[in-house]
Design a binder for this molecule. Structure first.
Ligand code: 13P
Length: 277
């Protein structure tokens, strides 16, 4: 069933687990995520980034996710990832998304507070939860996210921001990157503990791909309730496409799509199980 993201993350906060949020862009990616969640017996968040609004019919996509969620045996939430435009947030809300991320992290704190507060007041009128980010992630390899400057979250700014805006979840920048790490991952668990002390809403970790399992467990023990994953799923599917090319194979597209769905599902299931141990 389609579920309220806030209720989902409140449960995760109590049980000290994290819900996987997978970036999706097609029917196959959605089916892979829901099927992986059903196999693991856990909830899942379907996340569509504003960056895909140019190629995805947002209203059609939302209708499709709602239909798939209605038949699913596990709770499924529909989330707008990294939106930079107020119009995109409103479009997602009108389409039935259960939560939205407004990313004003490139603005000075006061300006970010003022725009985010307005987004929260609109979204809360229709029971849609809002995620925001303080600090920003650098971009590693194979990601298609926007490049951030890698500024880590300042706990006191995070506290001021959450109190002033009323956001429901906060994305904390603690050293993960969007995409694969090009060097040793350097994740600041001490900083996460300080943010956790300062802020009581569920915390979100962006940049799940390539992050060592033990670090993931440590972040969940210290308050992370939602983990975003994109690049590793894309890489698993693309490496299959490369193997077709290398072996000079020309299968039918329908077989390629269904095989890719299986590969993505396998990778997603591993993440869901790790996040819900
Ligand atoms: P990865 O691509 O590193 O998994 O990060 C995804 C993400 O954080 C989307 O918001």
């Amino acid at each position: 069933m389609l579920s309220n993201t806030k209720a989902m993350l409140s449960r995760a906060q109590v049980s000290k687990q994290a819900v996987a949020a997978f970036n999706v862009y097609s029917l196959e990616t959605v089916q892979a995520a829901v099927s992986a969640a059903e196999k693991a017996g856990q909830p899942v968040i379907i996340a569509l980034g504003e960056r895909y609004f140019g190629t995805v019919d947002v209203e059609g996509f939302a209708a499709m996710v709602k239909a798939i969620a209605a038949k699913s045996g596990v709770p499924v939430a529909l989330h707008l990832d990294h939106a930079y435009e107020k119009q995109s947030v409103i479009r997602a809300i009108r389409s039935g998304f259960t939560s939205v991320m407004y990313d004003g992290s490139k603005f000075p704190l006061e300006e970010n507070i003022s725009i985010t507060r307005e987004i929260v007041s609109i979204a809360h009128m229709v029971d849609v939860a809002v995620e925001a980010e303080i600090g920003s992630l650098a971009r590693g390899a194979f990601s298609d996210e926007e490049e951030g400057d890698g500024t880590l979250t300042d706990p006191q700014s995070a506290k001021q921001f959450v109190e002033a805006t009323g956001v429901d979840f906060l994305a904390a920048a603690i050293g993960t990157v969007h995409g694969m790490y090009t060097g040793e991952p350097n994740i600041n668990i001490g900083l996460l503990k300080q943010i956790r002390e300062a802020v009581h809403v569920p915390l979100v970790l962006h940049g799940g791909s390539g992050t060592p399992d033990e670090v993931i467990r440590e972040t969940i023990r210290n308050g992370i309730c939602k983990i975003n994953v994109n690049t590793e799923i894309s890489m698993a599917a693309v490496s299959y496409l490369k193997s077709l090319h290398e072996n000079a194979k020309t299968p039918h597209l329908s077989d390629v799509m269904s095989h890719m769905q299986g590969i993505m599902e396998e990778s997603m299931e591993k993440f869901i199980r790790l996040f819900s141990e």
